[in-house]
Design a protein around this ligand. Structure first.
Ligand code: URA
Length: 280
């Protein structure tokens, strides 16, 4: 039988994961109970904790410094992202620009940049929401259970990552605990996503899930209203250059289909519509 202490610790860990605290952010663990006990001892000795706090360790011995807080406004950060994105003239250059960009705080907590997978020569480009835990560990989009379902679904209409499609997300880093992306995170990543689409120039763009659909198609409707319809997609750059629009559609997110398998029927209908567009 597992000893009681270990059982309690595992239960506490599971509770933290469920609450979304599933990433170690500092380099060194901090024993908060010991810190609190030290403070109590100092208080009992008639002095304040602050007065007896030891001098900070020399810089070299201190844990990794946190990035300096950015002082730009969200608009300025998005403008900086736009300048960097527009200067990228290839997918490699765009990936390097995203990697160097410090304007999205998610980069601090993520393990890896999740840029793309699949083939840019493919006819279809899928854009999902944000990397999850598996994607964060492997640095590739849609490699966890929902990605496996998406692969299976699109293989039924003859598409695979090696030859048929390219895939990315609205965010390039995992939100801690898989929380929803914030409007600020979406706004600062958006110029890179738009440049990504301009560089890939897919024949058809597929928004995977409500967040991608609302962001790219500039809609406030929910996914159930948006799915099953075709839209014309143009980035601001494409509109300025008077380039033709890309046909775009929306699919239910595979994570939603895993929770709500009854909706697979509609997803299948949407996949057939995608196939018909490609066969046109
Ligand atoms: N969900 C997404 O939207 N993107 C991924 O990469 C994985 C899961």
């Amino acid at each position: 039988m597992m000893d009681r202490n270990r059982q309690d610790m595992l239960a506490a860990l599971a509770w933290q994961c469920e609450a979304g605290a599933d990433e170690a952010i500092g380099e060194m663990p901090v024993d908060r109970y010991a810190v609190a006990a030290d403070a109590r001892t100092l208080a009992d000795a008639g002095t304040t904790a602050e007065a007896k706090v030891p001098a900070p360790a020399p810089a070299a011995a201190r844990p990794r410094p946190q990035a300096a807080p950015r002082i730009e406004s969200p608009d300025e950060t998005a403008r900086e992202a736009r300048t960097l994105a527009d200067a990228a003239d290839s997918l490699e250059a765009l990936r390097a620009a995203v990697d160097e960009f410090d304007g999205c705080a998610l980069k601090e907590t993520a393990t890896n940049l999740v840029f793309s997978d699949g083939t840019p020569e493919g006819r279809v480009m899928f854009v999902g929401e944000a990397p999850g835990g598996d994607e964060d560990r492997q640095g590739k989009p849609f490699v966890g259970v929902s990605g496996q379902l998406l692969d299976k679904m699109v293989s039924c209409i003859g598409l695979d990552r090696e030859t048929g499609f390219y895939i990315t997300n609205i965010l390039f880093w995992r939100p801690p605990g898989n929380r929803n992306p914030t409007p600020m995170e979406i706004a600062v990543c958006r110029p890179f996503v738009e440049r990504h689409i301009e560089l890939v120039k897919p024949e058809v763009l597929v928004c995977v899930g409500g967040t991608a659909a609302k962001t790219l198609l500039d809609k406030t409707d929910g996914i159930t209203k948006l799915r099953g319809r075709w839209f014309d997609y143009r980035t601001p750059g494409m509109a300025a250059r008077d380039e033709p629009a890309i046909p775009a559609m929306t699919l239910f997110h595979p994570a939603y289909l895993l929770r709500t398998p009854g909706q697979k029927r509609l997803a299948w209908r949407d996949l057939l519509a995608l196939k018909a567009k490609l066969d046109d």
